[in-house]
Design a protein around this ligand. Structure first.
Ligand code: ADP
Length: 443
């Protein structure tokens, strides 16, 4: 495109420059010729003034110049009788003809007659004839040719330079774009490891490369998550089923006596199993947007202090202290009170669940700029750096919690979905063995 545009632009401008130059040059030459004719008339006027009559050698001095410059002179007296005249054939055949050329009116002999006036009286006529409308000398033609050559050379040079530049530019575009398209093809085939390390100095291309690399990372993460999800679901379902099966078989075989305690513990497994299915079901409701919020005015201060109070007894079992601190304000927002309660129950119960004996949980309610901020902080087991990006994903459970603490990795997913519906954000910051802080922000 660049090359074609340049060729068109340069050719057009060369054409216009050429036309403009020719027109100006011909006008200049016509003016020169006009001055020459005036000079000839003046010359003959002076001769007549000096001699008072015409003679056969009047104007002899001009004949040589006329012959050399390829024009023909004829002198007539006042009665239009010829005093003397040059033969037009001579100038057509002379050796200068090939250097004296014209363009307009090529080769046609034309004449112009001028009156020779003295003191208001016509004393004679001079006829100037030439084969070309505009006569050009060799220098004139050389001058025109060198300008034309200049235009041609600059046209070719411009096209060559633009060709070079456009090749470099198109390489800069096409190479990364082709690479990105190759990478997306490979990603679509399932090769999620491919990345591009091309660096471009074009900002848009750079962000395109960054985006495709990010897409690769995301797809890889999602793929990992999907595999993990399937293994998690089967694990979650297999464990209670195994316990039930083993115990029931042992009871049927008479190895284990059927006691109320055993039946109760098996019942607990069935209840856990049922809870998992219920949680998965409520997740499905959020995913299919079946959930409707019942928006009322909610005092966050009241809600949080009530949830904390509900947890005091549970926390005491592990000798954990819960500290609730709120700034001077009711912090009333519009929200679904039950769903919000579910969020804070989940966050605070996690803090207790993932804290060791004698730990602490701090719940702070404060205002930051135009936002209401709730911080739930504990000094518990913390979350591994590599687990952090995934803890809001469904069924994701940190390695540690999987081994030691019960749960099914759905609580935070639901909490995040509820907060999303309230246009609120939730962030987590954690350090292993130091503690975790969840920050919820309401607009
Ligand atoms: P669950 O608690 O049932 O496992 P959640 O969705 O509530 O599921 O939490 C997901 C995971 O996030 C937990 O398994 C745990 O690894 C991590 N987690 C959540 N809260 C905390 C916390 N306060 N301290 C440490 N780890 C936490």
């Amino acid at each position: 495109i660049l090359i074609v545009c340049t060729i068109v632009a340069v050719t057009l401008s060369a054409l216009f420059v050429n036309i403009a130059m020719n027109t100006t040059f011909n006008k200049y030459m016509t003016d020169v010729q006009k001055q020459r004719n005036e000079r000839i008339v003046q010359y003959f006027t002076d001769i007549y003034k000096k001699n008072g009559k015409w003679s056969s050698n009047s104007g002899d001095e001009l004949i040589h110049e006329a012959y050399m410059s390829n024009y023909c002179l004829t002198l007539l007296d006042e009665n239009k009788n010829m005093v003397w005249g040059m033969n037009p054939k001579d100038i057509n055949n002379n050796s200068y003809t090939h250097t004296m050329m014209g363009e307009a009116g090529k080769g046609v002999y034309t004449t112009k007659t001028f009156n020779i006036n003295l003191d208001g009286k016509t004393v004679g006529y001079v006829i100037v004839g030439q084969y070309y409308a505009v006569l050009l000398s060799e220098q004139d033609i050389n001058f025109k040719n060198s300008i034309n050559k200049g235009i041609a050379v600059s046209t070719i040079l411009t096209v060559l330079i633009v060709t070079g530049i456009s090749l470099v530019i198109s390489k800069q575009f096409s190479r990364p774009i082709k690479e990105v398209s190759d990478i997306s093809a490979q990603l679509s085939k399932g090769d999620l490891e491919v990345r591009s390390n091309i660096k471009s100095n074009i900002i848009e291309i750079n962000s395109l490369i960054k985006s495709i690399n990010m897409l690769g990372e995301k797809l890889k993460g999602q793929d990992l998550l999907r595999k993990r999800l399937i293994s998690d679901i089967s694990h979650e379902i297999r464990t209670p089923l195994n316990i039930l099966q083993n115990n029931l078989e042992a009871m049927i075989d008479g190895i284990l006596p059927v006691t109320i305690d055993r039946l109760n513990s098996l019942d607990e497994e069935v209840i856990r199993f049922g809870k998992l299915l219920n949680n998965l079901n409520s997740l499905k409701q959020f995913d299919t947007e079946e959930v409707k919020l019942n928006m009322v005015s909610v005092s966050l201060k009241e809600l949080l202090s009530q949830v904390c109070e509900d947890f005091y007894t549970l926390a005491k079992e592990k000798n954990i202290n819960i500290y609730f601190k709120a700034e001077e304000n009711e912090f009333t927002i519009l929200g679904d009170i039950d769903k919000l309660k579910q969020v804070f129950i989940n966050l605070i119960s996690n803090s207790i669940k993932f804290s060791k004996q004698n730990g602490n949980v701090w719940v702070n309610l404060k205002q930051r700029d135009d936002k209401v901020m709730i911080e739930i902080r504990d000094d518990g087991i913390g979350i591994k750096k590599e687990d952090l990006p995934y803890i809001f994903e469904r069924l994701y459970r940190g390695d540690k919690s999987r081994q030691m603490i019960s749960g099914n990795g759905i609580g935070l997913t639901i909490a995040k979905k509820i907060l999303d519906l309230h246009l609120a954000s939730i962030e987590v910051d954690s350090e292993e063995n130091k503690g975790t802080i969840f920050t919820v922000c309401f607009p």
